[in-house]
Design a protein around this ligand. Structure first.
Ligand code: GLN
Length: 224
C-alpha cells in the first residue's frame, strides 16, 4: 500500500491522533507563555496552580510573572489575581498597561479583585475606572463587613462534581450582558462567567487545592 505523501505529514498524523495523546508534552508555538500580572495580590499561588495544571495536562508552557507592559502582547493568556483592585488598577495605569490589556487578544483569567478590574461598570465605586474587558456590572464588596470570607460548594457548568470555592471579600456580578455565559451562581449573584477566551471568577481557585478551574481555563476556554 502506497500512502500519498501528505498522509505522513505531521499535521495529518496529529489530526488523527486521539486528543489525550496530542496533549502529551506538546510544546505551544513560539515562546508563548501564560502570564500572571504581578503588581499586587496572590501572584505566586496562581503561578504554582498554573504550573501544576499545565503539568497535569501534559502541556509544556512556561508561566511567568508580568511586571512590564511590553511582556503582555505575546502571551497565550494573562491571569489577573485577587488582591486589592484599587491598588492593582492604579499600578496598571502607572505601568502603562491599560490599553495593552484592553487590546490583548489572548485569554484572560480574572479572579476576585481581577473580576473588579475586568468589569465594564462598578456599583458605588467612582475612584477608578475598570478595564471593560467584558460587559458585566460588579459589586466590589458585595458581602460587606459582616461576612467577609466564606466557602461554598459551587455547581459549575461543565464540572461533574461541585467546586469548593473560597470567597474573600468577594465581588459579585450583578448584571451580565447577553454575550456573557454564566457558569455559576449563588443566591447573592453570579460568581463565574465566561466570554470567548475570558474566564472571570469571584473566588480564589488558586488556594483551594483543586486545579480544575485552571485546567478548565486551559482546555475548554483556551482550547489547548
Ligand atoms: N473586594 C476586593 C477588591 O475590590 C477584592 C478582594 C480579593 O481579591 N480577595 O479589591
Amino acid at each position: 500500500l502506497r500512502l500519498p505523501q501528505f498522509f505522513l505529514s505531521g499535521t495529518v498524523v496529529l489530526m488523527f491522533m486521539p486528543s489525550h495523546l496530542k496533549r502529551c508534552s506538546q510544546p505551544v508555538a513560539g515562546n508563548a507563555a501564560v502570564g500572571v500580572l504581578a503588581l499586587q495580590g496572590d501572584v505566586s499561588e496562581h503561578i504554582s496552580a498554573f504550573e501544576s495544571a499545565i503539568q497535569n495536562l501534559g502541556l509544556t508552557i512556561p508561566v511567568i510573572p508580568i511586571r512590564k507592559a511590553e511582556q503582555i502582547s505575546d502571551l497565550i493568556a494573562l491571569a489577573i489575581p485577587g488582591g486589592e483592585s484599587t491598588t492593582i488598577m492604579r499600578l496598571i495605569d502607572q505601568n502603562g498597561m491599560r490599553n495593552i490589556i484592553q487590546n490583548f487578544e489572548g485569554g484572560i483569567f480574572a479572579t476576585c479583585a481581577g473580576m473588579v478590574v475586568a468589569a465594564r461598570d462598578l456599583i458605588d465605586e467612582t475612584r477608578f475606572t475598570p478595564l471593560d474587558l467584558l460587559d458585566i456590572t460588579v459589586n466590589r464588596n458585595a458581602f460587606g463587613r459582616q461576612r467577609e470570607s466564606f466557602e461554598a460548594d459551587l455547581h459549575m457548568a461543565g464540572f461533574d462534581t461541585p467546586f469548593h470555592a473560597i470567597f474573600i471579600r468577594a465581588p459579585i456580578i450583578t448584571r451580565a450582558g447577553p454575550d456573557v455565559t454564566i457558569l455559576a451562581e449563588i443566591p447573592q449573584g453570579i460568581v463565574a462567567a465566561k466570554k470567548g477566551k475570558k474566564l472571570i471568577l469571584s473566588f480564589h481557585p488558586e488556594i483551594s487545592h483543586d486545579l480544575r478551574m485552571h485546567e478548565y481555563f486551559l482546555t475548554d476556554v483556551l482550547g489547548l
